[in-house]
Design a protein. Sequence first.
Length: 182
Amino acid sequence: MSAIQILAEQDAQLIGSSTDFNDIQQILNGIGVRFERWEADREITPGMANETILEAYGQEIERLKNEEGYVTVDVISLQPDHPDRVALREKFLSEHTHAEDEVRFFVDGEGMFYLHVEGKVYQVHCCKNDLISVPANTTHWFDMGPAPRFTAIRLFNNPEGWVANYTGSDIADRHPRFEPAV
């Protein structure tokens, strides 16, 4: 289930929370973050080819590309047995920004985005059918958990893909990690 918790920047004290999609969307829209739900035009099955996944969401992908000018689209999939899961988790856990929007659509599975905006941390639990678009230059980090299980569509303006500018802040270490329920 999608959820949001708003935490104090310094001590991670809870300020507010919701599991209602409309509330989450309104809160995130208020800080410039796009949050949507998408439905596939066909059943998505485990092991489905990336091209077929992209076709299943083709109408929504084309809409976003036209609205925002994204030029590159791909699919990333991580499972608990991925040999680089620890290194990949660490790569995303430090606070960073991007020169472009970070756009992720969860085809399956889940992950946690942490958005550091205006003295607060918006902890956003994303799951199947959630799209989140973090605006360029927004400080944030992502936690896929110790045993990642997700498939996501990524959209980029930069043909080089994911390029992070790390802030050097330790704020991510002062906030709770994502530990999905088993």
